[in-house]
Write a protein that binds this ligand. Structure first.
Ligand code: NAP
Length: 289
């Protein structure tokens, strides 16, 4: 067994952090690879993010994932950002490169990979993204990368949806401007009928217990419902979709994929296939889909 001083540490910072399944996923990969490394969860309050980031090189931590409420604040604190983190205005992983911190974001790539695995074909089609925060930004990017020709951003606060749409069009990465709407768009049967994918990138259903009114019956038979929220049970967004006979998935696959990408950035070695997924589903107490 390695002595404590020999153990290389990676970590996640968030508040709250008790619920995080990232330690289970990363530590399962270390065990499978026989590496004497460990991945720890630290409760870091919003006010302590700056000193916690400064401590990464001081403590020799190889890399850190960031979760709520730190992703956007870190993009303002870290100077060296990947193009994707800069574009999204959010950092979900910080890599310690010989004492210099680099901020990256693996959320959009994680979702893109999961949507491909689910066989979601968006070329020339419409996607609807509900939400206007960091998860929504990653979702819009993933949709355009999958070839969507139109993304409608729907949010409780339409001004935030408009700001997110502007962020994408200003950076010229979208082929067609994304459109901002309020939550009433979820009852617009003509809009819903055109959508091939509807993503929930809000915390609705998690904190409120209920999801907004959405006319599931107007959606096309091939419409995929994807909830960034994941849990041991079907989510409030997914349940009515399944009842209406539509395909649906939650964000567990996205979490696994972004975690696998972060593992490779931190350790310069890919995790063995399937290990992080199995650890997550085990931690969630559910069978692998
Ligand atoms: P965020 O930046 O805080 O954004 C929250 C969004 O939820 C905003 O659009 C907000 O609308 C909306 N919202 C919150 N409460 C609402 C309510 N009661 N009614 C209607 N809208 C409400 O959060 P985020 O980082 O984007 O994360 C969003 C969700 O995605 C979270 O549940 C997070 O856990 C999940 N997520 C999952 C993964 C994964 O790997 N599976 C990755 C990233 C995020 P307003 O703008 O009107 O406030």
């Amino acid at each position: 067994m390695a002595a404590i001083g020999d153990i290389v540490v990676a970590a996640i910072f968030g508040d709250p952090i008790e619920h995080s399944k990232s330690p289970a996923m990363h530590n399962a990969a270390y065990a499978a690879l026989g590496m004497s490394r460990t991945y720890a969860a630290f409760r870091v309050t919003a006010g302590n993010l700056a000193p916690a980031l400064r401590a990464i090189p001081a403590l020799g931590i190889i890399g850190v994932n960031l979760t709520v409420p730190h992703k956007q604040a870190a993009a303002r604190l870290i100077k060296d950002l990947s193009g994707e983190a800069r574009m999204l205005g959010a950092v979900n992983c910080v890599v310690n490169r010989r004492g210099v911190l680099r901020g990256d974001n693996t959320d959009a790539r994680g979702l893109e990979r999961d949507l491909r695995d689910l066989g979601c074909e968006l070329r020339g089609r419409l996607a609807i993204v509900i939400g206007a925060g960091g998860g929504a930004a990653s979702s819009v990017l993933a949709c355009f990368r999958l070839g969507a020709n139109r993304v409608v951003i729907v949010n409780r606060t339409p001004a935030r949806a408009a700001a997110l749409a502007r962020r994408f069009s200003a950076r010229g990465i979208v082929r067609a401007a994304s459109e901002p709407r309020g939550l009433d768009a979820l009852m617009d049967s003509a809009l819903l009928a055109d959508a091939r994918l509807i993503v929930n990138a809000t915390s609705m259903g998690l904190t409120t217990g209920r999801f907004a009114r959405l006319d599931y019956s107007s959606t096309a038979a091939d419409c995929l419902f994807y909830d960034l929220i994941y849990s041991g049970e079907p989510t409030e967004f997914v349940k009515p979709a399944v009842a209406a006979g539509r395909r649906a998935a939650d964000g567990a696959g996205m979490l696994v994929n972004q975690g696998e990408l972060a593992f490779k950035l931190f350790n310069r070695i890919a995790p063995p296939a399937g290990v992080m997924r199995a650890a997550l589903f085990d931690a969630l107490g559910r069978a692998q889909s």
